[in-house]
Design a binder for this molecule. Sequence first.
Ligand code: SF4
Length: 326
Amino acid sequence: MLAFGEKAFRARQIEEWLWKKSGTSFDEMTNLSLEVRDHLKSNFAINAITVEKTQISADQTIKSAFKLHDDHLIEGVLIPADDRMTACVSSQVGCSLTCKFCATGYMDRKRNLDAAEIYDQVVAIRNQAEEHYNKPLTNIVFMGMGEPLLNYANVLQSIEHITSPKELGMSPRRITVSTAGIAKMIKQLADDEVKFRLALSLHAANDIKRNQIMPINETNSLKNLKEALQYFYKKTKSRLTFEYIVFNNFNDSLEDAEELFRFTKQVPSKVNIIEYNPISEADFTNTDEDRLQKFSTFLEDRGVNVHVRHSRGKDIDAACGQLANK
Ligand code: SF4
């Protein structure tokens, strides 16, 4: 703005339009002169994401396909509950990891999302919460498409915007970043003393089984992850969440529960046991209710903080592991 012969505060006005007001065109910026707006239009572009398609599940979950400026599609989900409105957002177009139970893992990773594209998803889903349910967005989980810690700088920058009092002003304690387990980057989060919560998609607590379903485990073994998580807790004092999908006759026996108990007790944590959502690409099936009950009771009896999470939005392929731009 100074180079254009304008006052410096104009830059702050533009910043406010772009972030706080989520402006998608320069024409909206009516507190700027026409001349400034024309100058911006001929020299810059706002690559806002657009809602390509929305589906509403029988259980009120809303899945959206968002189109990026280069025509790539990503998906984001609004999960309404009595006490909270949660946005599940994507961090990459596709994913370079190949978790066997996840539909996104069968797509190629096309590119990382930039911080603004992640932020735009949150704003779009926040608007859906207000329009459809007349409630504010309360929580954000980075559990959509992609591995957030392989898009580290953009994810952290998006969270800075989401939490900035000058922008969305959400509490970092209401944001959870979920990783498939990149030990080096978990240590980086600790060194950066992040204030948001961290979840690890564990799904098996022995290396042989975990290698079979999550090839990233071959280079990030459970021993490495344990060290990284202990380091993270030491630095941040933030309790971990372990996500554990129960697959029928794969990781749902009481021996598996014992291994899970031993792994999770090494760091202050809670465990979310998640119902599996079948995808056409894989042969896994969901555990029956009886085995699930025994599994969770085994953990509870040993003092583990366990929550069983039944999936939402299955009928529109919006549930955990089902995002694949269908
Ligand atoms: S579970 Fe996450 S990290 Fe694994 S393939 Fe799916 S999107 Fe990628």
